[in-house]
Design a protein around this ligand. Structure first.
Ligand code: AMP
Length: 281
């Protein structure tokens, strides 16, 4: 596995691979890798001849009071895990390589960004869309893989690719969970043993909603109320939002007709946890 830190070297490598007609797949990450990331990497391995994983904790997507400094980092461990997956290139640029002095250009996705998580994390999706656009221009992949755990991010990137004519196939990958249902996340390391147990309320509430819909419930409000009641049983959990939305526009819907996105964000201790499912009426 080659480790590349400079944009110029990354470009040079990609150009050479492209000239040979090889299909390049990119899996963008912020490191602190877990089985969720590795599942994307294995998917990527099958989708092209060359596999690039980027590891960059992107300051532009963290607000000043958020956990950029505390975000878990373990480059050596990540490197070993990616070697085992036969990754071709680990792209690991510094912050100053990506945002040199004088940097001032950003990608705004006007309607999707302020919804759901964007309401509570202003500027977050501007940072995400910007760094992904930059990674696409630097790595020049044919395809890129993103997890459905970050559903809003996946939709936002699909939108950016369409709007800005990026020649990249965006692949969504299902959420990977621990055996007990907790969605894997780098931020789960923030949880104490008691908090981890409390965090299961997210998955439980999604299951509760799915079973309500299965039994014929269509009213978003009643589904949300039942989920809130489920989560509020956990004194360590604090709900940020629970919403039923259109799966593409992410606008809230009053009723579940066809498919709807059910998304939630819940604080447990220092960890802000998100999860979602697609409800099918
Ligand atoms: P992150 O390092 O958290 O920015 O995540 C990098 C990529 O891995 C993103 O596309 C995430 O959506 C994806 N990802 C993170 N956790 C999971 C998970 N539990 N299941 C599936 N994909 C995930």
């Amino acid at each position: 596995m080659r480790i590349i830190e400079s944009i110029q070297e990354m470009r040079f490598w990609s150009d050479a691979e492209r000239r040979e007609g090889r299909r390049i797949v990119l899996v963008p990450t912020m490191g602190a890798l877990h089985e969720g990331h590795l599942s994307l990497v294995r998917d990527g391995r099958k989708r092209g001849e060359r596999l690039v994983v980027s590891l960059f904790v992107n300051p532009a997507q963290f607000a000043p009071q958020e956990d950029f400094a505390a975000y878990p980092r373990d480059f050596e461990r990540d490197q070993v895990l990616l070697e085992k997956e036969k990754v071709d290139v680990l792209f690991h640029p510094s912050v100053s390589e990506i945002y040199p002095e004088g940097y001032q250009s950003y990608v705004e996705v006007e309607k999707l960004s302020p919804l759901l998580c964007g309401e509570f994390r202003p500027g977050h999706f501007r940072g995400v869309a910007t760094v992904v656009a930059k990674l696409f221009n630097i790595v020049r992949p044919h395809a890129a893989i993103f997890g459905a755990k970050d559903y809003q991010q996946l939709q936002l990137i699909r939108r950016t690719v369409r709007d800005l004519n990026f020649d990249v196939e965006v692949v969504g990958h299902p959420t990977v969970r621990d055996q007990d249902g907790l969605a894997l996340s780098s931020r789960n390391v923030y949880l104490s043993r008691e908090e981890r147990a409390a965090a299961l309320a997210l998955h439980r509430s999604l299951k509760r909603a799915e079973s309500l819909v299965l039994r014929g419930e269509r009213e978003s409000k009643r589904i949300i109320d039942a989920m809130r009641a489920e989560i509020e049983k956990e004194p360590l959990a604090r709900i940020e939002y629970v919403k039923v939305c259109h799966p593409e526009t992410l606008e809230q819907v009053a009723r579940v007709e066809g498919e709807a996105l059910l998304a939630l964000a819940v604080w447990v201790g220092k960890a802000r946890l998100i999860d979602n499912t697609i409800l099918k009426a």
